[in-house]
Ligand binder design. Structure first.
Ligand SMILES: *Cc1c(COP(=O)(O)O)cnc(C)c1O
Length: 393
């Protein structure tokens, strides 16, 4: 059976082509650090690449390979590279593409550590970074320099939910011979497949939607072509950003339900966004499924659905935010996203409490901003929870 021809949900169950030699119906955990060679010649062939036999788990492992093949299939790339965390994926990409004197153009509203590591660590090796609003293509065009080696984009952005036009960005970058990497964590391949729109590299924090059960930290890179895949893989292996087989097993298990989890959470999110938009204590709501989103048309064009992440601004700023956080009963007060449970977060009093007023303004963090990762609970329970907590403000 060629799993390439299957629909997305069938690929989640059967994709990747793993076939256990002992007939296990699911992918077993190959909990081993090393692999036995049949002979000196076999060992030599494994090292030379003549044989694709396994050598050592940091380099490759059957459980991890099964997951890599499956996510690569979903993202329509050449191959997957599993990493210990999302940041392991980010750093493998930076380390591979950014040498001495290199310049990167990045979305300003990227995941915090993806920016911090460029500013505080790669800068020590002469790497320069421009952080721009990639939702405005002109800002990217103006930031590109002769030494630009990477365009790095996150869309929708966090927590501002701005949408970057992936097709336009890839076209612009490729005119300058610059590879494009997309952090696709917020959408997962169920809602957005950047390689189809021209991206060279896709990465995930699989901690979020792909695993979906908030019980593991993991990352993945998918490269569009073989040359890029080989370069990235070599660095992942040599730095030691590799995944563990048990971690891979859990992600494979979580991945099977990606489609039904997102469908349900997204259906909840659409109703909740509408409810919030009409609530007297809410100033505004940012959700790609609302016609009021400034890039509603673009979201419809490049995403297969609006997703499960809602940002909204409370009237009453910091104080209102804290009251809401202290009064929700069902929603879990926690960072992260993309799990089966609804999570709520107030950046001004939590993740960004130590950021300067200017820094918060630049990142689009207002005092009443709330980020809501909608889970798969019953809609009536999530609504009731929000309703009673909003009433306390
Ligand atoms: C969480 C996250 C990361 C980092 O992933 P970890 O698995 O926590 O290392 C990167 N990008 C985005 C968009 C994230 O949400």
């Amino acid at each position: 059976m060629d799993t390439n021809d299957l629909g997305f949900n069938s690929k989640l169950i059967h994709g990747g082509g793993f076939k256990d030699p002992l007939g296990s119906a699911t992918v077993p955990i190959y909990q081993t650090s090393t692999f036995r060679f049949d002979s000196a010649d076999h060992g030599a062939a494994c090292f030379s690449g003549e044989s694709n036999g396994y050598i050592y788990t940091r380099i490759g492992n059957p459980t991890i390979s099964a997951l890599e093949a499956q996510v690569a299939l979903l993202e329509k790339g050449f191959g997957g590279i599993a990493t210990s965390s999302g940041m392991g994926a980010v750093n493998t990409i930076y380390f591979t593409l950014l040498g001495e004197g290199a310049h990167v153009v990045s979305s300003a509203a990227v995941y915090g550590p993806s920016r911090v590591v460029l500013e505080q660590q790669y800068s020590r090796f002469g790497v320069k970074a421009s952080f721009v609003n990639t939702a405005n293509i002109e800002e990217i065009r103006n930031a590109i320099r002769p030494e630009t080696k990477l365009l790095y984009i996150e869309t929708p952005s966090n927590p501002t939910i701005d949408i970057t036009d992936l097709r336009a960005c890839c076209e612009l970058a490729h005119q300058h011979g610059i590879p494009v990497a997309i952090d696709n964590t917020f959408c997962s391949p169920y809602l957005q497949r950047p390689i189809e729109m021209g991206a060279d590299i896709v990465l995930h924090s699989m901690t979020k939607f792909i695993n979906g059960h908030a019980d593991i930290v993991a990352g993945m890179i998918v490269a569009k072509d073989e040359a890029m895949y080989k370069k990235l893989r070599a660095n992942m292996v040599n730095i030691g950003f590799n995944m563990d087989p048990h971690q891979a097993y859990l992600v494979i298990r979580g991945l099977k339900t990606l489609g039904i989890r997102i469908e349900r959470a997204q259906a909840n999110a659409i109703k909740i966004a509408d409810y919030l938009e009409n609530h007297p204590k809410v100033e505004w709501v940012r959700f790609p499924g609302l016609k009021s989103h400034p890039q509603y048309e673009l979201a419809c064009k490049q995403m297969d659905g609006p997703g499960c992440m809602i940002s909204f601004e409370l009237k009453g700023g910091l104080k209102a935010g804290k009251v809401l956080m202290d009064n929700v009963k069902l929603a879990v007060l926690a960072v992260s996203l993309g799990g089966v449970e609804t999570l709520i977060q107030h950046p001004a009093s939590m993740t960004h409490s130590k950021v300067s007023a200017e820094g918060k303004e630049k990142a689009g963090i207002t005092d009443g901003l709330v980020r809501f990762s909608v889970g798969i609970e019953d809609l009536s329970d999530i609504m009731h929870d929000l309703d009673q907590a909003l009433a306390k403000i």
